[in-house]
Design a protein. Structure first.
Ligand SMILES: [Zn+2]
Ligand SMILES: [Zn+2]
Length: 240
């Protein structure tokens, strides 16, 4: 399986990442991608950009060097299932929002606590996708949350970076993928790149999806048509 877009990447706006937006676009172009999502961290993370970063994203060209740029955010999930507190106007330009557990913002707790938080996130209209849900430090009732994603039109991310940095993620990701297949929940396959050279590197996730015989038509970033269809269904015409 190939991806045509990487919808989860970070720039130096989050200072634990190392490349500029233009460098990340260059990385996408080198990998032959048609689109990249810039999804820097929400302000709860200590080194995340100020909320004005998101407020101003309208000035980013739709296309840079032929690569379509999607303006995004990676929200931090709070222990009560809330997201980073931000002014509504700062979220105006956001076109794709992931929401993820991060240890600096949500100390791992119990399966019930994680499940309750994710339930609130799935029901939050600002969220498009659950980011790196395969992290074994945040176990949750996978079948319940995946079926809720189906009900609320959410996408589940398979995050290839998890296979390297979050030990034990591989089996979790495979199990989540099987459940998405069973419940017909769309997924997005991303790199979570924090540097230009990693953009579009989803080989580990792709290998796992092949193993579980995951249907390509459920991967929203597996073709331009599917990507376009996903964003059009949300009122955004990326490629016109
Ligand atoms: Zn993350
Ligand atoms: Zn990330």
């Amino acid at each position: 399986m190939q991806i045509v877009a990487d919808l989860h990447t970070h720039t130096i706006a989050s200072t634990h990442a190392y490349s500029t937006l233009y460098e990340m676009v260059r990385g996408a172009k080198k990998k032959g991608l048609i689109a990249i999502g810039m999804t820097d961290h929400g302000p709860d993370m200590s080194d995340a950009p100020h909320q004005w970063h998101f407020y101003n994203m309208d000035i980013i060209p739709r296309q840079i060097e032929g690569v379509t740029v999607v303006r995004g955010i990676e929200f931090n999930i709070r222990p009560n299932g809330e997201l980073d507190h931000m002014d509504q106007k700062c979220l105006g330009p956001v076109e794709f929002a992931l929401a993820s557990f991060h240890e600096s913002c949500f100390a791992p707790a119990t399966k019930a606590v994680h499940t309750e938080a994710l339930e609130a996130v799935v029901k939050d209209a600002r969220v498009n996708a659950l980011g790196h849900p395969g992290n074994p430090r945040y176990d949750f009732d996978q079948e319940y949350i995946v079926s809720l994603c189906r009900q609320y039109g959410k996408v589940v991310e398979i995050n290839s970076n998890s296979f390297h940095i979050r030990r034990g993620s591989a089996e979790n990701c495979a199990q989540i993928a099987r459940l998405c297949k069973k419940h017909q929940v769309p997924i997005v396959v991303d790199s979570d790149a924090h540097i230009e050279s990693m953009v579009g590197d989803v080989s580990d996730a792709a290998a796992m999806l092949q193993e579980v015989d995951f249907p390509e038509e459920l991967v929203i970033n597996s073709s331009q048509e599917r990507l376009d269809e996903y964003f059009r269904s949300r009122g955004l015409h990326l490629f016109d």
